[in-house]
Write a protein that binds this ligand. Structure first.
Ligand SMILES: [Zn+2]
Length: 73
Protein backbone atom coordinates (compact mmCIF):
# COMPACT_ATOMS: atom_id res chain seq x y z
CA UNK A 1 0.00 0.00 0.00
CA UNK A 2 1.01 3.59 -0.46
CA UNK A 3 3.05 5.16 2.31
CA UNK A 4 1.72 8.58 1.35
CA UNK A 5 0.17 10.38 4.26
CA UNK A 6 -3.44 11.05 3.30
CA UNK A 7 -5.00 11.99 6.62
CA UNK A 8 -4.17 12.74 10.22
CA UNK A 9 -6.26 11.04 12.88
CA UNK A 10 -8.98 13.54 13.84
CA UNK A 11 -8.66 12.46 17.51
CA UNK A 12 -4.93 12.31 18.29
CA UNK A 13 -3.47 14.04 15.13
CA UNK A 14 -1.13 11.12 14.37
CA UNK A 15 -0.79 10.02 10.74
CA UNK A 16 -3.25 7.43 9.53
CA UNK A 17 -2.34 4.42 7.39
CA UNK A 18 -4.40 3.36 4.37
CA UNK A 19 -5.27 -0.27 5.16
CA UNK A 20 -7.46 -1.20 2.20
CA UNK A 21 -9.13 0.33 -0.78
CA UNK A 22 -11.43 -0.90 -3.53
CA UNK A 23 -13.32 0.51 -6.50
CA UNK A 24 -17.08 0.49 -5.90
CA UNK A 25 -17.75 2.03 -9.30
CA UNK A 26 -15.63 3.27 -12.20
CA UNK A 27 -15.38 6.76 -10.67
CA UNK A 28 -15.80 5.94 -6.98
CA UNK A 29 -13.32 4.39 -4.54
CA UNK A 30 -13.81 3.40 -0.89
CA UNK A 31 -10.83 3.26 1.47
CA UNK A 32 -10.25 2.27 5.09
CA UNK A 33 -7.75 4.04 7.34
CA UNK A 34 -6.17 3.15 10.66
CA UNK A 35 -4.50 5.51 13.14
CA UNK A 36 -0.85 4.49 13.65
CA UNK A 37 -0.93 5.52 17.34
CA UNK A 38 -1.44 2.19 19.21
CA UNK A 39 -2.85 4.07 22.20
CA UNK A 40 -5.61 5.58 20.03
CA UNK A 41 -6.75 2.77 17.73
CA UNK A 42 -9.19 4.85 15.65
CA UNK A 43 -10.21 3.40 12.27
CA UNK A 44 -12.25 5.09 9.56
CA UNK A 45 -13.87 4.68 6.16
CA UNK A 46 -13.37 7.28 3.44
CA UNK A 47 -14.55 7.85 -0.10
CA UNK A 48 -12.96 9.27 -3.23
CA UNK A 49 -14.81 10.23 -6.38
CA UNK A 50 -13.76 11.57 -9.75
CA UNK A 51 -16.22 14.43 -10.17
CA UNK A 52 -15.01 16.53 -13.13
CA UNK A 53 -12.65 16.44 -16.09
CA UNK A 54 -9.90 19.06 -16.11
CA UNK A 55 -8.82 18.28 -19.69
CA UNK A 56 -10.46 15.76 -22.03
CA UNK A 57 -9.06 12.30 -22.90
CA UNK A 58 -7.59 11.71 -26.37
CA UNK A 59 -9.28 8.26 -26.27
CA UNK A 60 -12.66 9.14 -24.77
CA UNK A 61 -15.20 6.51 -23.67
CA UNK A 62 -18.60 7.88 -24.77
CA UNK A 63 -20.23 6.44 -21.63
CA UNK A 64 -18.15 8.74 -19.40
CA UNK A 65 -19.96 12.01 -18.95
CA UNK A 66 -18.18 14.42 -16.62
CA UNK A 67 -18.59 18.17 -16.35
CA UNK A 68 -15.49 20.20 -17.16
CA UNK A 69 -13.90 21.80 -14.12
CA UNK A 70 -13.22 25.50 -14.55
CA UNK A 71 -10.94 27.16 -12.06
CA UNK A 72 -12.52 30.35 -10.81
CA UNK A 73 -10.79 33.47 -9.58
ZN1 LIG B 1 -5.49 8.50 16.62
Amino acid sequence: MSSRQLFLCPHCKTKMRLTSSHLEAELFRVSYFQCTNVFCGFTARGEYAITHQVSPSSTPDPSVNLETFRKTG
